[in-house]
Design a binder for this molecule. Structure first.
Ligand code: HEC
Ligand code: HEC
Length: 614
């Protein structure tokens, strides 16, 4: 279906070299635990993985390789971890705002712990007494009292936190998904050593560059305490240039006494790591128990690098070997004795175990099945892969900018002007496509696949029709599948609607639908769009704009999480859309509104959609 560009397995490990001798760590500080979509029980008997599409957790017996059970836990489960030495499991059901505690031996669900919103990463202390979870949209970390089945404390830690790791000194390390920043937080004291600008509870902060993005996980070195963050780099200014998306692992020296003259945050570019062999979309990393090896899985190119850890504050990692994996690998974990590692292939639904010395496969278990149609599965695989025929260079996939149907929070310089990435949510109902409505069906993304951006061979044999010309639908079963998957995303209820509309949002609703503001003249109907083009005076601030001044009215559903705003991404907040970016009342009438009324309209928009729209 999606033939890999690259066939031979990379069994080039220098296996006999005892890499521990390369290490020069001062002292043992902080073995710890890190978030993952997969976990191993401390006794080495069980493996648990969360299946995002099926809404289940699967338990595998590591001795026999048998799937013991698959337990429904809720929509879009993400992080999973065992509690201490027990077979009790904690799972974050991201779309249901609940953390589920279950018994892996029986499959019985114990507590369902309601959390604020969007639980993603989960970690437990090695003795299982402390459990922390990142809450993505509200930007918090919550501590759970598992026995009582409730949240015991929570703290604001930044925007879109996903990755989380806990060291043996009780310090938490948290990654921001869209900025790639790493933050340190001390939950025991709630102490703020260095409150960052937003006044959040953060004791240390290692910002990335503005190009760093999509950091879902962080793993801690068991000896040096260094943090390793797999992430992407998005060079938004060269979308049609030599390269725009790059895979990285960043090593961050977290020691307070570290010589600050030396760089504390060091990016290792993974697509020039092994000669010219390109990999894409790193999802997770794992360290061996001694800390001499680091494993990283690339979900776009379906492969893994095995690296020697150098701890030289300079090169950090050295290529030691590689493996071809299954479709869309998203998780990797190493056994407690380091002799095996396990990989979770999210789109062929397998867990595969390998012998760490020989790299031979020792286990392969199908853990779940695809809940949708065969066509949607094919489409999802195409959306996530950076292999041919989607790209020639294996550097980019649709999901590099539209991960899990969301946007990457970036504004790209396109030949036609600045373009803010849109999410795929509700796409089926909001055609035409693109800010400039220059496409009328998702099959027109054959143009993107063949463009300088992706440089793919494409899915249609022969000529591709124009975005607004004769249909591209029906010309390729694969392209139709890509469209079916891309069109399959619904909306989740806004977190601001969960307690009903606030008084401010009620007032905002009246203003929104009133004849004085005119908002609902264009943002009309179930999806808050008339599906038409209008000049609302927004083109003037981008000198590179070629298509304006008219743009397609965007849906307002889920705008609470899609900053920045407008086609050019120049409005940082919803307030700015209605104020600084609407000086002449060309975009609705807002100049007569008081600051409170503007805030009310914003409150209303943030509450959309009022309920789930599957
Ligand atoms: C380099 C980042 C990047 C990649 C890779 C990418 N996109 Fe996009 N996508 C964008 C940006 C930026 C926009 C907004 C562009 C515009 O409106 O002109 C967008 C818009 C879209 C939209 C329009 C959504 C709407 O509401 O109108 C769809 C659909 C889409 N992309 C699908 C895809 C598919 C399918 C692929 C893979 C073939 C893909 N994208 C690859 C960045 C990207
Ligand atoms: C004449 C039609 C029209 C009217 C009236 C209108 N809008 Fe819009 N709206 C648009 C268009 C077109 C865009 C896209 C403009 C752009 O991206 O440059 C837009 C964009 C937006 C966005 C940004 C969404 C995003 O995803 O970036 C928000 C928020 C918004 N409008 C809210 C409002 C509010 C609130 C009102 C009433 C005060 C209003 N609009 C009135 C047509 C309209």
């Amino acid at each position: 279906m999606v033939p890999p560009d690259f066939a031979p397995p990379l069994l080039m490990l220098r296996l006999l070299c005892c890499c521990a001798t390369l290490l020069t760590f001062a002292s043992s500080v902080s073995a710890g635990t890190s978030n993952s979509l997969m976990d191993l029980s401390q006794d080495g008997r069980l493996l648990a993985c969360s299946n995002r599409d099926s809404g289940t957790v699967s338990i595998v017996d590591l001795q026999s390789g048998e799937l013991l059970r698959e337990v429904p836990v809720g929509r879009h489960p993400e992080g999973v971890c065992f509690l201490g030495a027990t077979h009790q499991l904690v799972v974050a059901a991201y779309a249901d705002d609940v953390v589920v505690v279950l018994n892996a031996d029986t499959g019985e669900i114990g507590k369902r712990i309601d959390v604020d919103d969007e639980p993603y990463g989960v970690v437990a202390s090695t003795d299982g007494s402390k459990v922390f979870v990142t809450l993505e949209f509200p930007g918090k970390v919550a501590e759970l009292d598992v026995a009582a089945g409730k949240v015991s404390q929570e703290w604001s830690v930044g925007t879109f936190p996903r990755g989380i790791a806990l060291n043996t000194d009780g310090l938490l390390y948290i990654t921001e998904y869209l900025s790639g920043a790493l933050k340190q937080f001390e939950p025991a004291s709630g102490k703020v050593l260095n409150a960052d600008e937003s006044g959040t509870h953060v004791t240390e902060h290692w910002a990335g560059t503005p190009e760093d993005s999509l950091a879902r996980q962080v793993a801690l070195h068991p000896v040096s305490g260094k943090a390793y963050v797999p992430h992407q780099r998005s060079r938004v200014t060269v979308a049609h240039g030599a390269g725009s998306i790059f895979p990285y692992v960043t090593a961050i020296n977290t020691q307070p006494d570290f010589d600050v003259e030396k760089k504390r945050r060091r990016r290792i570019q993974m697509d020039s790591f092994r000669g010219t062999y390109v990999v894409a979309n790193p999802w997770e990393v794992a360290l061996s128990p001694t800390g001499d090896r680091l494993y990283v899985v690339f979900s776009g190119t379906d492969d893994m690098f095995i690296c020697d850890v150098l701890d030289d504050n300079y090169r950090e990692l050295e290529y030691a070997g590689g493996l071809r994996l299954g479709a869309n690998p998203r998780a990797v974990r190493v056994s407690a004795d380091g002799s095996r590692f396990y990989v979770y292939n999210a789109l062929d639904f397998t867990v595969v175990g390998y012998d760490a010395a020989s790299l031979q496969q020792v286990l392969s278990t199908t853990v779940t099945s695809w809940p949708g149609t065969a066509e949607e599965l094919l489409g999802k695989k195409l959306f996530y892969t950076a292999n041919a025929p989607m790209t020639r260079q294996r550097w980019i996939s649709c999901s590099s900018c539209h991960p899990d149907g969301d946007a990457d929070g970036r504004t790209w310089q396109q030949p036609e002007g600045l373009r803010n990435t849109q999410a795929m949510l509700g796409l089926k109902h909001t055609h035409p496509i693109h800010w400039s409505a220059d496409r009328d069906e998702v099959q027109d993304f054959e143009i993107t696949i063949r463009s300088p951006l992706m440089q793919g061979r494409g899915l249609i044999k022969g000529k591709v029709n124009d975005g607004l010309g004769a249909p591209n639908a029906g010309l390729s079963a694969e392209l139709d599948a890509l469209a079916a998957y891309t069109n399959s995303h619904g909306f989740l209820q806004s977190p601001f609607a969960k307690q009903g509309l606030s008084e401010s949002a009620q007032r905002g609703k009246e203003l929104f639908f009133s004849a004085t503001t005119k908002c609902a003249e264009c943002h009309s109907g179930t999806y808050f769009t008339d599906l038409k083009m209008h000049d609302v005076g927004t083109a003037a601030t981008d000198p590179t704009e070629k298509f304006g001044p008219e743009f397609d009215t965007p849906t307002l559903l889920s705008v609470y999480r899609s900053a920045p705003y407008l086609h050019h991404g120049q409005a940082a907040t919803l307030e700015e859309v209605l104020t600084t970016h609407n000086p002449d009342d060309r975009h609705g009438v807002t100049s007569h509104l008081s600051p409170q009324q503007i805030a009310d309209v914003v409150e209303y928009m943030k509450a959309l959609p009022l309920e789930d729209m599957p």
